[in-house]
Ligand binder design. Structure first.
Ligand code: RIB
Length: 336
């Protein structure tokens, strides 16, 4: 049977309130002798405060939920690291939930986090286009911050990247290197991030007097295999492409594999630009030119925003947009 705060109070011959104040380091007015007696009993009996019981009283559990779509993609652990570091600074624990881009799992996790009385939730929604369940959660009054994958609503707080700008500068870099036939392997096009990166690609082409050729665009799903298959399609349609913009690094890795299996060299025959700048990209051979997302800082910012909402503080801005950065390495070559 677990030792309760009531047992400690009885043995120390003090009130439950006195024990609670000593345990929570708010023991002004409690004699040194009483304080030491209580702490000694807590240690000897191995008393563990009951977080749920405390939560029922204070209506706070000092925990936040973090829901992400794909823990196997290194981008998300970078994001989660920022959330966890920031939450820790403010004394909050984080419950991490991985949905595998599955809407049903996403809804199950939302319910599980509500049952655990988390104080708020940070959400990178799955690629699934439906977000009604998120809007219901927002309306339920639980503090929510949407991170990375934009959900269109006036009612949300969010931390995002300017994906349109990211797609544009990736493609502009290739155009400036003299590439005229540039393939694009997109993310799942029902996500805003994937759509905006593709629009940025198209804008750079049109701005430089180049046609948008749908045969050079392949819809991927942000996973390595869609980079493999997308590159097979782009190489197989005899459009003689000299460059590929892959809308995340994992699909760029898939492109590397296919390009090499066709006997081509990177960047001598085909230049590659990725998106995210996950850690592997700088040790790949050749190192990947990519668009950096400040994932760690986005996570830090989202957690800071959520905790301010949980603690009833006013936020100056509901939406914070981070800027993408072109990181030029060795996978792109000038053919001008
Ligand atoms: O690599 C996974 C992609 O999905 C990233 O570009 C990130 O934006 C996430 O939404």
């Amino acid at each position: 049977m677990a030792v309760t705060i009531k047992d400690i109070a009885k043995l120390a011959n003090v009130s439950i309130t006195t024990v609670s104040r000593v345990i929570n380091n708010k023991s002004e007015g409690v004699s040194e002798e009483t304080r030491n007696r209580i702490l000694q009993l807590v240690k000897e009996l191995g008393y563990q405060p009951n977080a749920i019981a405390r939560g029922l009283v204070t209506k706070k559990t000092k925990t936040i939920g973090l829901i992400i779509p794909d823990i196997s993609n290194p981008f998300f652990p970078d994001l989660a690291r920022g959330v966890e570091d920031s939450a820790h600074i403010y004394g909050y624990n984080v419950f991490l939930c991985n949905t595998d881009d599955n809407l049903e799992k996403e809804s199950e996790y939302i319910n599980a986090l509500k049952e655990k009385y988390v104080d708020g939730i940070i959400f990178t929604s799955s690629s699934i286009p439906k977000h009604e369940h998120i809007m219901e959660l927002v309306k339920s009054g639980i503090p929510i911050v949407i991170m990375d994958r934009r959900v269109d609503s006036e009612d949300i707080y969010g931390v995002f990247l300017d994906n349109y700008e990211g797609g544009y500068i990736a493609t502009k870099h290739l155009i400036d290197l003299g590439h005229k036939k540039i393939g694009c392997i997109t993310g799942p096009l029902y996500t805003k991030s994937a759509k905006e990166r593709l629009e940025g690609y198209k804008k750079a082409l049109v701005e430089n007097g180049m046609d948008v050729d749908e045969r050079l665009i392949f819809e991927g799903d942000y996973k390595i295999n869609s980079g493999i298959i997308g590159t097979e399609k782009l190489l197989g349609n005899n459009e003689n492409i000299t460059a590929i913009f892959a809308c995340n690094d994992l699909m760029a890795y898939g492109a590397y594999k296919t390009i090499r299996s066709y006997g081509y060299k990177i960047p001598d025959d085909i230049s590659i630009v990725g998106f995210d700048d996950i850690q592997l990209s700088q040790i790949l051979e050749p190192q990947l030119t990519t668009i950096k997302q400040p994932a760690y800082d986005m996570g830090l910012t989202a957690a800071r925003m959520l905790i301010k909402l949980v603690e009833g503080k006013k936020l100056k801005k509901k939406i914070i947009n981070f800027k993408p950065q072109l990181i030029i390495r060795q996978s792109t070559k000038n053919i001008g």
